[in-house]
Design a protein around this ligand. Structure first.
Ligand SMILES: Nc1nc2c(c(=O)[nH]1)N[C@H]1C(S)=C(S)[C@@H](COP(=O)(O)OP(=O)(O)OC[C@H]3O[C@@H](n4cnc5c(=O)[nH]c(N)nc54)[C@H](O)[C@@H]3O)O[C@H]1N2
Ligand SMILES: Nc1nc2c(c(=O)[nH]1)N[C@H]1C(S)=C(S)[C@@H](COP(=O)(O)OP(=O)(O)OC[C@H]3O[C@@H](n4cnc5c(=O)[nH]c(N)nc54)[C@H](O)[C@@H]3O)O[C@H]1N2
Ligand SMILES: [Mo]
Length: 761
């Protein structure tokens, strides 16, 4: 059966989609100059065998009831009716609610879910738990920017202001002379933005800037982090040592009197403390180019030349999310700002500091005049939270105290976790430890459209529709197109929308109207759209009514050009437009952070040795970065993601010389391992990765040969088996999953086929 094409949207682009004999024909949105190949991951997704077809309950939970259970991840599942599943979920929520209150329920439910703003699963869980259960233990910050989002407000301002409005791509193309990108500007990353991205413009802007003469420099272990269009330069540092490199650059600028002392005096606090630290006045260690060279593996001559070349130029410095997703990840984020300040650049067009440019398609873009209203979340009756990446610590050590941003908090004793729209066995580190943590729960409930490893650890799995099976509205604050997302197929098997599932549970728990306000999904879309119309009407902007919007498929929204606004105003007059920091200035020294007394994040930026560094047993750095062929673990079974694998296994990139020394050839199945586990992957040899570094992207579905093993072997290639579950610092407690250390060898054991996409028994 063939139907006519409809409009839809994903985090990686808007598109026209047509269902033709259960294969989807996908055409990118006509206004997109550089569409993402990720769109093709949808092609055969609807009826993929990995879909969850009906409600399922884990046998051990069904037979023994709720309680800690070591079988999670290795148990069988029993198919049940919706009636039975909903009844049991409602009963269990009631039991936990009555015995422990909202403190017994973890509803953080971290994850990206899909682009539609109403059916956004995480918002649905939060609204449900607030309006029906009185609240839940929540999580704060993100895996993306756990360290930066807590640090930046202390030293310059809100992260979104610095990342999304720090600079615009237009400004770069027009004004920047040097773009110094720590962690690069990989187009694989900017093809994605939460809520949708109808126009991929980064490639074009980079090309324009390069043609005008902008010098792009990528500091990264991987050459591929800078697109060819940039015609740029590649400087490879040892992973995790950027802070030392930046300190070395500062030392050279000071030694050669190349710093902008007038800027530092007028716009910053704490420069003298920074200078004292570099000179070793605190501890006798002089931090100069030689000192830095020994740590980051780049010669002191190169460091000196590099610093000199930055002087007197319109320089933009950006630090990728990746650098702060590591032990002491705060330091390169802070030092990037200090470097821009020492060069006197903040507030100049196309110059200064911006955070994470290119890491997402939101950054460097213009903003819509008004944003699309979010689904109201209701009120959480309790105020208990964890920094998001401390989930395993919380479950393994309830009642333990921990530090966070100047506070001492205690891990609550959670009994039930409710997850929809996220995949912790994708996003969290040290998966064997995460399994242990989930084994402590009484009950884990998961809504999923596919049998991810998280679903396979759940006690109750409820089949959720995919975005393509329902109506929604897609929109992001930086995307001028609001998309009427039209369904292209009926729900798969017994799958239901998250909203429908929650509404039924709310009814069983006697709180239906509090949750639904009497609206069905279409009513909510009209309601939210109506609120957008009101916001626009306040600016005297007329909009088509809902049915017309729905028919036309796309609504173009007015935008404002606000890139760089905060720093420009500050530079013009720091007294009239102070920064939102305690001193109203750039804080090179933060008295507030110093007052917390954290050794792992003191009052000014420092170099601190990480716990993880190459050793005789584990001589290689592993970069576990974002995948080019999918968003995280989403649609890993999709056509495009699969086309980048070899025999269904993820590909690991090694330096050619390292591979030869380890007797590894192109295409060999290799084993990466450390104290936490083993991972198989297909070897790809290249000269565009620095020696001593191997790279395996995230997102291959976890496929342990023995899920209960203390050091599991994942035969598919999920690097989070290997990463360490350790916080960035006491200040921020962020995720540090980007890098770890491993040994690599040709795999000598029995190679069994990948089972990740075969549903459990
Ligand atoms: N080692 C290492 N680990 C990392 C990172 C790293 O760089 N290195 N990066 C981290 C970062 S930045 C992030 S943001 C996280 C991402 O981690 P996640 O956001 O958890 O990853 P996703 O794969 O996007 O998970 C979304 C899940 O939601 C499901 N889903 C989609 N739509 C719906 C829906 O409508 N309803 C329901 N119920 N489910 C739905 C999808 O099937 C998928 O399983 O990973 C982090 N983990
Ligand atoms: N295709 C695709 N795009 C995505 C995503 C995805 O899953 N797929 N996820 C999105 C999300 S949620 C986020 S938060 C962003 C994340 O944005 P990032 O975290 O910035 O993305 P990564 O690709 O993990 O890292 C960028 C590069 O940093 C380099 N790098 C790693 N460690 C170091 C280091 O110590 N020093 C230096 N100098 N460089 C280092 C790596 O070579 C890596 O390729 O990406 C977004 N974009
Ligand atoms: Mo992220």
């Amino acid at each position: 059966m063939t139907q006519k094409p409809v409009m839809h949207s994903a985090h990686w682009g808007a598109f026209h989609v047509q269902n033709s004999d259960d294969q989807l024909l996908i055409e990118p949105f006509r206004g997109d100059p550089d569409p993402s190949p990720l769109l093709q991951n949808f092609r055969q997704a609807l009826n993929h065998p990995a879909r969850v077809a009906q409600p399922m309950i884990r046998r051990g939970w069904l037979e023994n009831g709720p309680g800690p259970d070591e079988r999670r991840g290795a148990d069988e599942y029993v198919a049940v009716s919706w009636e039975e599943a909903s009844q049991r979920v409602a009963q269990e929520l009631q039991r936990v609610g009555e015995s422990y209150g909202p403190e017994g329920i973890f509803g953080g439910s971290y994850g990206w879910s899909s682009a539609g703003r109403f059916h956004h699963a995480q918002s649905q869980v939060h609204r449900f738990l607030n309006t029906v259960m009185g609240g839940y233990v929540r999580s704060v910050n993100s895996y993306s920017s756990g360290a930066a989002s807590v640090l930046l407000p202390h030293i310059i301002g809100d992260m979104n202001e610095i990342a999304r409005r720090g600079v615009s791509w237009e400004e770069i193309a027009r004004h920047s002379e040097v773009v110094l990108a720590f962690g690069g500007l990989a187009l694989k990353n900017s093809q994605v933005a939460s809520g949708g991205l109808s126009e991929h413009t980064e490639r074009g802007f980079i090309e324009r800037a390069a043609q005008r003469g902008t010098r792009f420099i990528s500091v990264s272990p991987l050459k591929s982090d800078l697109p060819d269009e940039a015609q740029g330069e590649w400087l490879a540092l040892r992973p995790g040592t950027d802070a030392a490199f930046m300190l070395g650059l500062l030392a050279v600028l000071i030694a050669e009197s190349l710093t902008d002392e007038a800027f530092l005096a007028r716009y910053c606090v704490g420069w003298p403390q920074m200078v004292a630290y570099l000179r070793g006045e605190e501890d006798g260690i002089v931090r100069d180019a030689q000192w830095a060279a020994a740590i980051c593996g780049v010669s002191s001559d190169i460091i000196s030349q590099f610093a000199r070349q930055l002087h007197g130029k319109r320089v933009l410095i950006t630090v990728a999310h990746a650098l702060q997703r590591a032990e002491h990840g705060e330091q390169p984020v802070w030092l990037g700002l200090v470097l821009a300040a020492a060069l006197g650049q903040p507030g100049l067009p196309g110059g200064g500091y911006t955070y994470a440019l290119g890491a997402l398609g939101h950054y460097g873009k213009h903003h819509n005049l008004v944003s699309f209203p979010a689904l109201p979340q209701g009120k959480n009756g309790i105020d208990r939270f964890i920094p998001v990446a401390r989930i395993a610590d919380m479950l393994l050590h309830p009642g333990t105290r921990f530090h966070y941003n100047g506070r001492q908090l205690t891990y609550p004793h959670v009994r039930l976790a409710y997850w929809a729209g996220g995949n912790p066995f994708h996003h969290h580190q040290d998966l064997a430890r995460l399994r242990q943590a989930f084994c402590q729960l009484d009950t884990l409930i998961v809504h999923e459209s596919a049998w991810t490893a998280t679903a396979r650890h759940a006690d109750i799995v409820l089949p959720a529709t995919m975005t393509l099976e329902r109506e929604d509205i897609g929109g992001a604050p930086t995307d001028r197109h609001l998309v009427a997302m039209q369904p292209v197929a009926a729900p798969y098997a017994e799958a239901r929308d998250d909203y429908t599932i929650f509404r039924d549970l709310a009814r069983r728990l006697g709180r239906e109207s509090a949750f639904s306000e009497g609206r069905d999904a279409r009513d909510w879309l009209q309601h939210l759209y109506g609120q957008l119309q009101e916001k626009l009407a306040a600016h005297a902007i007329q909009t088509p009514d809902f049915s017309q919007f729905w028919q036309q498929g796309v609504l173009e929204l007015p935008q404002v050009k606000d890139g760089g606004r905060m720093m420009r105003a500050f530079r013009d007059d720091p007294d009239a437009a102070p920064l939102p920091t305690p001193d109203g200035k750039i804080e090179i020294f933060s008295a507030v952070i110093a007052s917390f007394g954290y050794h792992d994040c003191p009052g000014h930026p420092v170099w601190r040795e990480p716990q993880q560094k190459p050793s005789a047993s584990y001589p290689f750095w592993l970069i576990a970065n974002q995948p080019a062929s999918r968003l995280h673990s989403q649609l890993d079974f999709g056509d495009y993601s699969q086309s980048t694998k070899r025999s269904g296994r993820e590909v690991c990139t090694l330096n050619r010389a390292d591979a030869v020394a380890q007797a590894i050839a192109e295409g060999d199945i290799i084993e990466l391992f450390n104290d936490r586990g083993h991972v198989l992957a297909s070897a790809r040899l290249t000269d565009t990765i620095m020696p001593g570094v191997v790279q395996l992207p995230t997102g291959a579905w976890y496929d342990p040969v023995d899920p209960t093993a203390a050091r599991p072997l994942c035969r598919h290639g999920n690097p989070n088996v290997l990463t360490m579950d350790i916080a960035t610092s006491s200040l921020t407690q962020g995720c540090s999953g980007q890098i770890t250390v491993v040994q690599v060898r040709k795999f000598a054991g029995e190679i069994t086929p990948v089972q990740a996409f075969t549903p459990p028994q």
